[in-house]
Design a protein around this ligand. Structure first.
Ligand SMILES: Nc1ncnc2c1ncn2[C@@H]1O[C@H](COP(=O)(O)OP(=O)(O)OP(=O)(O)O)[C@@H](O)[C@H]1O
Ligand SMILES: [Mg+2]
Length: 270
């Protein structure tokens, strides 16, 4: 094909059609000994739901934290919204993403609304009543009741805590959210309801979602593209069909094992 051949929409690779909002190039992260991630490349496209999978300890959480600039990098470059995050002097950059950490739930001494107002206080100068009204809107956006806004985390179920933590991640109307295992610990029905919420938010708000997950049902239900972290890099990225035909022991076991078949069968039924 000539260099100047015009590709139709269907022929064009996704990278040519979509705008990356985050690019990771040559990322190396370690904690003294062997690096956890080495020379890793990844693009995240606007509006997609990207699933990040990989064995426990492979470096999925390290990858998300490194992208967010929360871990020192030994090498590599991360660009977010066209800016190099390590050199960015733009204090607004952090407002453009929201995060739901794997282990960071909510501040237990604050109500749901107060938790949601923490980032608002840090970044927005708004009168208290307006922040309170916005916090209640976020509570409702994630499918909780307005009356839950005044509750403390100890008064919520696990699923409600995940939703409240998501509301806090959405507090500043980010363009992209990073969710690190948001449905772990939820029963399958609550997890499916949370998946639907993420899917709805991504469609209605045009939100870009990067979700670390071990949940094959989630990958089948809402994730458009998957990136597998392994051997310190992105082993493979693409859709489920690509994962299922990729020749690598871990990827094959994960996507073609007994649990994978059960998730695929469930999807085929609905
Ligand atoms: N702050 C840290 N200091 C030292 N080592 C760390 C630190 N954070 C992570 N690691 C190490 O980096 C490796 C990758 O950890 P990470 O938390 O990214 O795994 P993961 O893929 O998210 O696993 P899981 O699926 O169990 O959450 C592990 O060996 C872990 O011990
Ligand atoms: Mg993790």
């Amino acid at each position: 094909m000539s260099q100047h051949a015009i590709l139709t929409e269907d022929e064009a690779p996704p990278a040519a059609r979509r705008e990356p909002i985050i690019t990771v190039r040559g990322l190396t992260v370690g904690f003294g000994g062997e690096p956890v991630l080495e020379n890793l490349d990844l693009d995240i496209y606007r509006g997609e739901v990207l699933g990040i999978v990989g064995a426990s300890g492979a470096g999925k959480s390290v990858l998300t934290r490194a992208i967010l600039g929360l871990l020192p990098r030994q090498a590599g470059k991360v660009t977010a919204f066209g800016e190099d995050i390590s050199e960015s002097s733009d204090p607004d950059l952090e407002r453009r993403w929201g995060v739901l950490f794997q282990h960071g739930a909510l501040f237990s001494s604050l109500t749901v609304a107060e938790n949601i107002m923490v980032p608002m206080r840090e970044y927005l100068r708004l009168p208290q009543p307006l922040m309170e009204a916005l916090a209640v809107l976020k509570v409702e956006l994630v499918g909780l009741r307005a009356s839950d806004a005044g509750k403390y985390p100890s008064e919520l179920s696990g699923g409600m805590i995940k939703r409240a933590a998501l509301a806090r991640a959405l507090a500043l109307d980010p363009e992209i959210v990073f969710l690190d295992e948001p449905t772990s610990g939820l029963d399958p029905i609550s997890a499916a309801a949370f998946d639907k919420l993420i899917d709805d938010l991504s469609r209605t708000l045009g939100l870009t979602v990067v979700m670390v997950t071990h949940d094959l049902d989630t990958l089948h239900a809402i994730v458009e593209r998957i990136a597998v972290v392994g051997e310190k890099r992105i082993l493979v990225e693409g859709d489920i069909a690509k994962m299922e035909s990729f020749d690598h022991p871990w990827v094959r076991d994960y996507f073609c094992g007994a649990r994978a078949r059960a998730a695929g069968a469930l999807e085929a039924e609905v």
